[in-house]
Design a protein around this ligand. Structure first.
Ligand code: FE2
Ligand code: FE2
Length: 151
């Protein structure tokens, strides 16, 4: 079996982020929402920061994928801003919270779908298999660093 590449790591994080976003919406209990949200936000930020550094940074240096990478980074900023608004919203049982989780879920669904199609294809075209494997190791290490710092 071939070694996992960064694309495998990203895909499995995306699955987890999608699941957490769904559970955030479906969980009515404010205390459970608070705990779920903390897991969701930590993973989202660690994932996005490591992705910026390991994947988007080299893609921005190319001519073919530069704009797509800049667009992705911009969406990271939007998602982080929305997550901060959710964090600041103390009424985790209220309708405003539910509406905000819906918006962040829509933004992330769009973002991750684009990554898994256009960005993944660009990465496959531009970097070889060995480089994608090495990027995976780098991504995991950076993500763990970010997760540790957020605790
Ligand atoms: Fe991602
Ligand atoms: Fe992303």
């Amino acid at each position: 079996m071939s070694e996992p590449t960064i694309l495998d790591d990203l895909k499995s994080d995306h699955e987890e982020i999608r699941l957490l976003a769904e559970r955030l919406q479906e969980t009515p209990d404010p205390e459970k929402r608070r705990v779920l949200f903390s897991d969701f936000k930590s993973l989202l930020i660690a994932h996005a920061r490591a992705e910026d550094e390991v994947l988007y940074k080299p893609l921005k240096r190319t001519t073919s994928a530069r704009l797509k990478a800049l667009e992705g980074e911009e969406e990271h900023d939007v998602a982080e801003f929305l997550a901060t608004r959710l964090k600041d919203d103390d009424d985790k049982g209220g309708d405003a919270w539910t509406a905000r989780t819906q918006v962040i879920k829509e933004v992330l669904d769009h973002h991750m779908d684009e990554e898994e199609t256009e960005i993944f294809q660009a990465a496959r075209d531009i970097f070889g298999e060995d480089r994608l494997v090495a990027m995976g190791a780098q991504f995991r290490e950076l993500k763990e660093d970010h997760l540790r710092r957020q605790v």
